[in-house]
Design a protein around this ligand. Structure first.
Ligand SMILES: [Zn+2]
Length: 188
């Protein structure tokens, strides 16, 4: 999920490391697969998470899920300065509770460039996951994190914003979705 606002210079030191992976774009089939649980949080998982953080920063995302870097595993990372979303990895996440009101908000996705649309989601979420040391934790959020968690969790189920956006927006982005498919066909 991209950051909601244009990313102004935030004073962070430029990161010169180069990610090993790339963000995969729709309609790559990995984005439609149900991701597999992580069996053990070992060094290969930590390497993947590091790479995901690197890519998320490079692409100015607020969150990034493992299927978006071509790895069909139940992992996502979050972090954005603007909206106070902590920099964190969620491994094998589950929603303990979805509540509050429903709210519609425009969302984008790093795997669907140029496409944005209104998505309705519950505003309060309790999530349980493993951290990068394999320790279980539980968190509740009723702010922007709650939305990012749901967007990224959808990726682990093979669900994209084009499946969930309002019918009007779905119509509006139809052309852009078609163009993405055509671009992928061109590469083949
Ligand atoms: Zn996304």
């Amino acid at each position: 999920m991209p950051e909601p606002a244009p990313n102004a210079a935030n004073g962070a030191r430029p990161d010169t490391r180069v990610p090993k992976r790339q963000v995969v774009l729709y309609p790559d089939p990995v984005l439609r697969r149900k991701a597999q649980p992580v069996k053990a949080v070992d060094s290969s998982i930590r390497e993947l998470v590091e790479d995901m953080f690197l890519l998320m920063d490079l692409e100015e995302g607020a969150g990034l899920a493992a299927p978006q870097v071509g790895e069909s595993l139940r992992i996502f990372v979050t972090g954005t300065h603007e909206r106070g979303v902590p920099r964190k990895a969620y491994i094998n996440p589950v929603f303990v509770e979805l509540g509050g009101d429903f709210e519609s908000m425009d969302e984008g996705c790093l795997s669907l460039p140029e496409i944005r649309g209104s998505v309705r989601r519950p505003t309060q979420v309790t999530i349980r996951a493993l951290d990068i040391d394999g320790r279980e934790f539980t968190e509740t959020s009723s702010d922007f994190s709650a939305r990012v968690w749901q967007h990224e969790f959808d990726h682990l189920e093979g669900v994209l914003i084009i499946d969930k956006m309002s019918p009007l927006d779905r119509l509006r982005v139809r052309r852009a979705v078609k163009d993405l498919k055509a671009a992928a066909d061109g590469d083949a």
